[in-house]
Every structure is written in structure tokens, then in C-alpha cells.
Design a protein around this ligand. Structure first.
Ligand SMILES: *Cc1c(COP(=O)(O)O)cnc(C)c1O
Length: 494
């Protein structure tokens, strides 16, 4: 299995090389040269554990790893850090199958990939004979940051820097990050939004001066964002797993399709679902759910990707991990759908960077391929209502991101009448967004985010995830705030 860059560089990489590098030298994203087929028959896996399925899927994409190496990665990642019965959990409420992916250390789905990425990376370094230190540079809209910090904390040979938007994450998310321990962890608030953080991080990756300075010190960059295929591939596994479980439970017969609903920001999670389909999982429709930052909804409906300030503002919402306008991983989908035409892709990306928009209507194959996606969005008030109604009517607790997806799914069914059984990616614990969820349940306003967590536990009887307990009593270790311009110097300083 080799990886190619979306931007056309002729340099192909093995899985190990692509993970180490994070982003291609031509600024493109690595994509498998071809999507592998499922390595098993669904009917043979009905009793399989999450780890068994994950290992087999991962080996398809990292065929340069031995089975022993992959066992080491999978067993190290998916251990008792995960409190669900089988790493994740598939729960039904209101006829929808919620794939709960948030039972790891930091209580968001990012743990599914970021608990294994450090293993994939360090194993890759050993295989490739890389002795340089790896500096993980990460921009976060709230959840990636903490999951990456936990994954890499005190991992030998690595150093990690996380930039999060100041005022753009929930109080619980912020506290999780700034109390992180580990001698190799660094966290900074940035005076800007997530797009600013991500764009500057991508720039720093490709800054020749910084690269040279790092080289002198025998340090290389890598990424813990979903631009790294080591983030993306582990996520394919849980979509395959969910289909196997839907068949095992008799919700669908083997071969019958499901719909997949995903609360979407950077497009990594939903793209992993798409890759699972390309491997052979029958999927009828991908329902791409956005919050008020509905650039993807508009793109799916019109073929115009438009982030010009005269078209839309960047909005801060109660589902902050989806407050994103520049969805990085969409680039991978466009590449897979436009006949892997890098020249055309470069034109679109150039237009986005310089003019703030692009349109894909000139690509027939892409327009055709996009029909597998349906886009919708949900405003804050509707998110609150959806969470409240679900709790009242079905006793099921959703976080704000899952709430967005659930509401958009309801809209989809209303509009299309499509009753195909649906798996909905449930991406975070409600306690990470306890203030908004407390509102939704009609609880009195709490003094702060931490009291809101306690109140929510009392009111629902649902247990606070262990990673979120006593957060306010932890020592604050990272209080730095920087401007966007200061980010490169901050990195060099570290
Ligand atoms: C990151 C995140 C998302 C968005 O996922 P993408 O892969 O960026 O599309 C949705 N919900 C939560 C809770 C997240 O942390």
C-alpha cells in the first residue's frame, strides 16, 4: 500500500513514511493509491471484537507493518483507557443507532484515533530508522488537542505543541488542555479562530526557514490533525465495526445498506466512513451535519465552496468542535472523486486560498460522486431542543455535536422519506458541553462549566467520564496566549 499526495507530487510513500511526515511536501494530503477491499467477509466477523476488526482494517492500510507490530499498536491503544464494553458502543434510541465513540480518556471520539497514533508513529520511526525527535504540531477546535496531548504525553522521542482558539472552546475542553501533565507537552491559546490556527500550523509545516532550523537540531515535524493518515485510517475501523454489529443484531441483513450520519467539521470522520464504503460496506447515503458554520451544507447542495467574508461569518456555537470553515479533509474526497486529477485540485485549492471560494461544477464525475452525500445544518436553538426532546422522550443523553447530527438526520428523513437504518456517529460525552446540555434539559444555570458537570450528573444519573472528574481542582500548567503572528516564533522557542 502506497500513498500519493492530492497535489500531484510524484513521491509515493509507504504507510509508515506518510504517518511520520503528516502532510506532503507539496502541501497536499496523503491518500491511499487505491482503497483496499475488506480483508474478510462480514458474516465471518459477527462475533469479532473491536480490536480484531481494527487490526485487520489497519493492516490493509499499513501493509508495511508486521502482524506483531500491529498487535502491539492495537493492544496498547485500546485497553482499559476505554470504559465501553468493546471500546465503543452501539446504542439505539428513537430508532437511530448511536455509535458512541467517546468512551476513551478525553471523552470525545478523537481518542479512537489519537490513542493509537503515537503507537503507529513510534513504530513507523523504528521501521524507517528515524532517530530524529518528532515535533507534533496540532491545531484544535477543542477535542483533538486534549486527545493528542494525552496520546503523546511523555512518549519518548516526541514533543507536542497544541494551539487552540482563545474563547473558541468550552470551559471543560479548555481546562482539560491547560492542566495537561507530561514533560513534552505545550499548549497555547491563540488570538484567532480555529481556521486561523489550522492555516498557520499548515504554513509553519512548510516554512523553509523553520524546517532548516529544526533540521539543525535533528527534529522533524509531524501532525496529529486528521490531515495525518494515521488519524484517518483508525477511524475507518469503527464504521466497518458498526456495520458488522448492525448485521449481527439483525437490524440489516448482510449486504443491505445503512445510512451514516456524521456531525462534521474538518471532514475527517465522515471521510473515514466513505473509505469504509469504498472497502465494501454497503452505504446508501452519508448525511453530513453542520452547525451554523454551514459551508459544507451549501457546498453539497450547490457545488460552490465559499468562505468569503461577504458570504458568511465564522460563528462561535455551542458545538465548538465543528466551528470550522476550512474543512481540510474535503480535499481528499475531491481528489478521489475527480478522477485523481491533481491539476484541477490545485486550481480549486489555489482559488480557495486566494479568492475564498471554488466551484466544482466543471467536474462531472465529482458532481456524480457527491450524490452519495446529503448535507444539512442545525442552528443552536434547534440543537438545544433536539437534546431536550431526546432526553424527555427517550431518556437518551446527547452532547451538542451529536444533537446537531440527530436533528439534521430527522430533517433528512422528513425531506426524503428514506428509512434505511442509520448509524449516527456520537462524537462526544454530553459532560464536555455540560452548560449547553444543562440548558437543554431545563436545569438552572450553573455558576460555571464545572458546576454544570456536577448538576448534569445529579439530574440525569449518568456518570461523569473519569477523564472529566475534578477538572477544576487540577493545577493549571499551560497559560500562554499568543497572536497568530507569534505562532512560528513560539514553535522555534520550544
Ligand atoms: C472533531 C469533532 C467533530 C468533527 O469531526 P471532523 O472529523 O473534524 O469532521 C465533531 N464532533 C466532535 C465532538 C468533535 O470533537
Amino acid at each position: 500500500m502506497l500513498y500519493v499526495s492530492t497535489r500531484g507530487s510524484l513521491n509515493k510513500k509507504t504507510g509508515a513514511q506518510a504517518v511520520i511526515q503528516g502532510i506532503a511536501e507539496d502541501k497536499g494530503l496523503y491518500v491511499p493509491a487505491s482503497i483496499p477491499k475488506l480483508p474478510f467477509k462480514v458474516e465471518d466477523m459477527l462475533d469479532a471484537s473491536y480490536k480484531e476488526i481494527a487490526k485487520k482494517i489497519l493492516l490493509c492500510y499499513f501493509d508495511d507493518f508486521t502482524e506483531e507490530e500491529m498487535d502491539y499498536c492495537v493492544n496498547g491503544a485500546y485497553d482499559s483507557k476505554f470504559t465501553a464494553s468493546d471500546v465503543c458502543e452501539l446504542k439505539e434510541a428513537d430508532g437511530v443507532h448511536f455509535l458512541e465513540l467517546y468512551h476513551g480518556k478525553t471523552a470525545a471520539f478523537k481518542d479512537m484515533a489519537l490513542s493509537i497514533l503515537p503507537y503507529l508513529l513510534t513504530t513507523s520511526m523504528k521501521k524507517e530508522g528515524v532517530t530524529d525527535k518528532v515535533l507534533i504540531l496540532t491545531a484544535t477546535s477543542g477535542d483533538t488537542g486534549k486527545a493528542a496531548l494525552e496520546g503523546f504525553s511523555d512518549v519518548p522521542g516526541t514533543e507536542i505543541i497544541v494551539f487552540y482558539p482563545d474563547g473558541g472552546v468550552s470551559q471543560v475542553q479548555r481546562q482539560q488542555m491547560i492542566t495537561t501533565t507530561g514533560a513534552n507537552t505545550h499548549v497555547y491559546a491563540v488570538k484567532g479562530n480555529f481556521d486561523d490556527c489550522q492555516t498557520e500550523v499548515k504554513k509553519i509545516f512548510n516554512d523553509p526557514e523553520i524546517k532548516a532550523a529544526l533540521k539543525e537540531r535533528e527534529i522533524i515535524f509531524s501532525s496529529a490533525n486528521s490531515i495525518n493518515i494515521g488519524r484517518l485510517v483508525p477511524q475507518v475501523a469503527y464504521y466497518v465495526y458498526s456495520y458488522v454489529k448492525m448485521v449481527a443484531r439483525g437490524v440489516v441483513k448482510n449486504g443491505e445498506p445503512i445510512n451514516i450520519v456524521v456531525p462534521t467539521g474538518n471532514f475527517g470522520n465522515i471521510l473515514a466512513g466513505y473509505m469504509a464504503m469504498k472497502m465494501g460496506i454497503p452505504v446508501n447515503r452519508f448525511i453530513c451535519a453542520s452547525n451554523d458554520n454551514k459551508v459544507l451544507t451549501d457546498f453539497i447542495k450547490t457545488g460552490l465552496y465559499d468562505i468569503r467574508p461577504e458570504t458568511r461569518d465564522f460563528m462561535l456555537t455551542n458545538s465548538p468542535s465543528m466551528d470550522i470553515l476550512i474543512s481540510s479533509n474535503l480535499e481528499r474526497l475531491l481528489f478521489m472523486l475527480n478522477g485523481r486529477d491533481s491539476d484541477q485540485l490545485n486550481e480549486w485549492m489555489y482559488s480557495l486560498e486566494n479568492l475564498g471560494f471554488y466551484t466544482v461544477l466543471d467536474s462531472e464525475s465529482l458532481t456524480e460522486g457527491m450524490k452519495a452525500f446529503w448535507g444539512g445544518y442545525c442552528v443552536e436553538a434547534d440543537t438545544i431542543k433536539a437534546i431536550g426532546d431526546m432526553w424527555k422522550e427517550h431518556g437518551y443523553l446527547m452532547d451538542t455535536h451529536t444533537g446537531v447530527a440527530y436533528k439534521v438526520y430527522k430533517d433528512y428523513v422528513k425531506e426524503t422519506g428514506d428509512e434505511t437504518p442509520a448509524v449516527l456517529a456520537s462524537t462526544a460525552s454530553a459532560f464536555k458541553f455540560a452548560e449547553a446540555v444543562g440548558d437543554a434539559l431545563g436545569l438552572p444555570k450553573a455558576a460555571d462549566g464545572f458546576r454544570a458537570v456536577e448538576n448534569l450528573e445529579k439530574a440525569t444519573g449518568v456518570q461523569v467520564p473519569y477523564g472529566l472528574k475534578d477538572l477544576d481542582k487540577k493545577e493549571i500548567r499551560h497559560s500562554g496566549v499568543v497572536t497568530i503572528d507569534e505562532m512560528p516564533r513560539t514553535v522555534l522557542g520550544i
